[in-house]
Design a protein around this ligand. Structure first.
Ligand SMILES: Nc1ncnc2c1ncn2[C@@H]1O[C@H](COP(=O)(O)OP(=O)(O)OP(=O)(O)O)[C@@H](O)[C@H]1O
Ligand SMILES: [Mg+2]
Length: 248
């Protein structure tokens, strides 16, 4: 079983939903699942515009709390799960350079990952922003995925423009020698009423144009707000090809 890094074509595209779904599905198979959100922006306490909140007694960013609940790993040490928490809602690079926050420490992230990996069978890592999001001046999320040595799953939307964003994302992965396991299309991303692709047309085009398999399609999930997180994560997990994602 292989750990996985969940990235996406943008912020707010559904990385947390999909990562929580993967974590829930792996847990359902009996695996001990760890999670990581190496960089959280706008943390703690849901300072993000999306209004996410930290889990009870768990003073880490809302994403880490959602992932921890889905994986059954909510008690893992927060400083390992989420080693960098920036109050500025921006890239780690910008939070450091413009927000006066601590310099991102890549070695620390890699050490935390190794510790969590040692505690579990498999780890689901959620990125920040997209693959070209800067962490240091010349070090992006794609470089971090390559240094972690785990494959990526790319989450994209089904809105017009997604083919461009997805092709740029997989291209950046290839250039950084990141292995891409495949693509998950999130039909619940973005504003209701947005122009959207026909699901099957998009699946066919992305497979042909990007050269990677579609690992699942997540529709808009009703009742996905707070209170229904675990159920939502489990439902999303059932929509994903977890065997391909975890390489089993
Ligand atoms: N399938 C879906 N059904 C319903 N709502 C969704 C779905 N996917 C995403 N959303 C909504 O979009 C928001 C953003 O999704 P999510 O938090 O998973 O994105 P993200 O890529 O993890 O964002 P970030 O870059 O901030 O970490 C969610 O809080 C939720 O409100
Ligand atoms: Mg997220």
């Amino acid at each position: 079983m292989e750990s996985v890094f969940v990235t996406g074509t943008d912020t707010g595209i559904g990385k947390t939903y999909v990562a929580a779904g993967i974590a829930a599905a792996l847990r359902r198979r009996g695996a001990s699942v760890g999670v990581m959100k190496p960089f959280a922006a706008g943390a703690p306490g849901g300072a993000f515009a999306g209004g996410r909140e930290s889990g009870p007694g768990n003073n880490v960013d809302g994403d880490a709390a959602i992932l921890g609940d889905a994986a059954g790993a909510a008690d893992d040490p927060p400083h390992l799960v989420c080693p960098h928490r920036y109050s500025m809602a921006a890239s780690p690079y910008t939070a450091w350079m413009r927000g006066g926050e601590p310099k991102p420490d890549i070695n620390r992230v890699l050490e935390c990952y190794e510790e969590i990996e040692g505690m579990h069978d498999v780890v689901v890592v959620e990125g920040i922003g997209g693959v070209m999001t800067p962490i240091l001046r010349s070090y992006s999320v794609a470089d971090l995925i390559a240094d972690m040595g785990i494959p990526a799953v790319v989450v994209c939307s089904d809105m017009l423009g997604t083919v461009n964003h997805t092709m740029m994302t997989v291209d950046a992965c290839r250039r950084s020698n990141v292995t891409v396991r495949g693509i998950v299309i999130n039909g619940g991303a973005g504003r209701p009423g947005s122009d959207r692709y026909d699901r099957h047309v998009l699946e066919q085009d992305l497979e042909e144009l990007c050269g990677f398999n579609i690992l699942g399609f997540v529709p808009p999930m009703p009742g996905a707000a707070a209170g229904a997180r675990q159920t939502t994560s489990q439902a999303i997990g059932r929509l994903l090809d977890v065997s391909q994602i975890a390489g089993t």
